[in-house]
Design a protein around this ligand. Structure first.
Ligand code: DON
Length: 320
């Protein structure tokens, strides 16, 4: 397992410490009223804003939960690092760097300006919409169905569970994703997509509509914490090198334009989604996931950010 840069071989927190830290954070932030459900995707505006769950899964496969940790919610942008990991494992880290780019965009997740400003008009980063649509388009497969099977199997392997597509979300997003249509058209005009743009956008929209629970999401993160092998099922999903690089990208662009602020507060790589989920990873130790729908202006769950930051800091596991 990977060593944590600033923590050396400090002992893992005890089971009681972990459970208490989760309970304390849940209690402290469940009354938080700041933030607002995403409403640019009609379905998300209808989700109960009081839902709030936390889950922590260790590299030994131990699972801790509090609150609504088994409520399914759309994975949205949390799909991006896992599809990126699949792509990187299949085509190599160099190709991801060359064809997509690996620097932070510093721009909102659905930025068009970021594509225009990139010198080669690539997406710039795999964890924003443009980069995720490009990632999907580059997954080697003979047909869109085969490509979807790879994406879906990959999520399931990371989670150690069968994650279904939420058909209502898929329909809702398909009917309203004009912004992503523009992004795909722009990428297509610069000839940076690996397969036809309508197909890439459809598969991207479908992967955003996959339902996940906080517990499943924490297991997905724990697979990255554990060097690419799912600690609950024992299945090797991606290589240790892919897992490491995926975490590096989460550290630099996981929460969009507020990633710097996040790293400053929480000190660990993380990824968010507009469904209200966030997963944060302490390499070699555990992943913690939170779910609560109300978001801040950048599109990151308010309660999830606060709870994760507090748990990680109270356990002394912040890397920076
Ligand atoms: O493409 C979109 O806009 C959504 N399906 C996902 C965006 C997202 O989750 C950004 N998150 N914070």
């Amino acid at each position: 397992t990977a060593a944590r840069p600033s923590q050396g071989d400090e002992a893992m927190p005890t089971e009681t410490e972990i459970q208490q830290a989760l309970q304390k954070a849940h209690q402290q932030f469940r009354g938080t009223k700041e933030g607002k459900n995403a409403d640019y995707i009609p379905y998300l505006a209808t989700v109960n804003p009081n839902l709030f769950g936390l889950a922590l899964v260790t590299v030994e496969g131990k699972v801790y939960t509090v609150g609504d940790a088994t409520s399914p919610f759309p994975i949205e942008s949390l799909s991006k690092p896992f599809t990126l990991a699949r792509l990187m494992d299949e085509v190599g880290a160099k190709k991801v760097e060359d064809k997509i780019g690996v620097d932070a965009t510093g721009q909102p997740f659905n930025s068009i300006v970021a594509i225009e400003m990139n010198e080669d008009h690539r997406a710039g980063n795999p964890l924003v919409n443009a980069g995720a649509i490009t990632s999907v388009s580059m997954i080697p497969a003979a047909t869109p169905e085969a490509r979807w099977k790879k994406l879906s199997d990959n999520f399931n392997d990371f989670a150690g569970a069968d994650l279904p597509v939420n058909q209502e979300v898929y329909k809702s997003e398909t009917e309203t994703n004009t912004r992503n249509q523009s992004i795909s058209a722009l990428l297509d005009s610069y000839k940076v997509l690996g397969s036809p743009r309508e197909q890439a956008l459809d598969l991207y929209t479908r992967q955003c509509s996959v339902n996940v629970t906080a517990t499943q999401l924490a297991t997905m993160g724990a697979t990255l914490a554990n060097g690419g092998t799912n600690p609950v099922t024992g299945k090797k999903v991606v290589s240790p090198d892919t897992a490491r690089r995926t975490l590096a990208l989460m550290a630099t662009n996981g929460l969009y334009e507020s990633t710097g602020e996040w790293l400053y507060q929480a000190g660990v790589p993380a990824k968010s989604g507009v469904g209200g989920g966030i997963v944060a990873v302490v390499p070699g130790r555990y992943a913690i996931a939170a779910f609560s729908p109300p978001l801040d202006k950048a599109g990151n769950s308010v309660r999830s950010q606060r709870a994760i930051s507090q748990v990680v800091n109270s356990l002394g596991d912040n890397l920076y």
